[in-house]
Design a protein around this ligand. Structure first.
Ligand SMILES: [Zn+2]
Ligand SMILES: [Zn+2]
Length: 189
């Protein structure tokens, strides 16, 4: 039993019309909302957590550490029947707006203070353009991934190239725009 009866009751009471929930319909969240991203939140031991993730874990009574994708696209819904689990990789690409190869494919998820996408993959934080690049090309650990398009959110592998400089993160990104790294030709996919 992952959650105590107390938390289960508290959680359930924060769902609108909780006396007559139907599994096909959205379960609208009436509790707190994260003011940074608008997602439903629920506090456990005074720590604010994603109410979507908790709903899933409570319903199926399992602990999950992979991404959850909402099939109903309703941000405020906490119905576990409207959620599917995803591996990190699928979850990542669901959050990239994929367009023509000449256009920027912008990351739609969390952004760091420098405008770069940040994502947790297999328990480790990485920058989104670096992960995107490594999906298509083997990336050596000591190499950096730079943007040819100057758009820090962009994950289009055609706009990314591998650089060799060993400067720090910010410096690398700024200088990377002067394109001194080796341009890697990507294979068609
Ligand atoms: Zn829904
Ligand atoms: Zn781009």
């Amino acid at each position: 039993m992952m959650y105590t009866a107390y938390y289960r009751t508290q959680f359930f009471n924060r769902i609108k019309n909780n006396k007559c929930l139907h599994q096909d319909e959205c379960w609208e969240w009436n509790g707190s909302i994260d003011n940074r991203n608008g997602w439903p939140t629920f506090s456990i031991n005074s720590k604010s957590r994603s109410a979507v993730r908790i709903a899933y874990q409570m319903y199926y009574d399992i602990k999950i550490d992979v991404g959850i994708f909402k099939t109903c696209r309703n941000r405020n819904c906490v119905n576990p029947n409207h959620m599917v689990l995803m591996g990190s990789h699928e979850y990542f690409w669901k959050q990239v707006k994929i367009l023509h190869k000449d256009e920027c494919w912008e990351w739609q998820g969390n952004i760091d203070g420098h405008g770069y996408g940040r994502v947790m993959i297999d328990g480790k934080f990485t920058s989104t353009h670096k992960y995107a690049y490594s999906t298509f090309r083997h990336l050596n650990n000591n190499m950096f991934v730079c943007h040819e398009c100057d758009n820090p959110k962009c994950c289009n592998p055609y706009h990314l190239f591998e650089g060799t400089r060993e400067d720090n993160y910010d410096d690398m990104m700024i200088k990377g725009r002067q394109a001194t790294g080796t341009r890697i030709q990507l294979e068609a996919y």
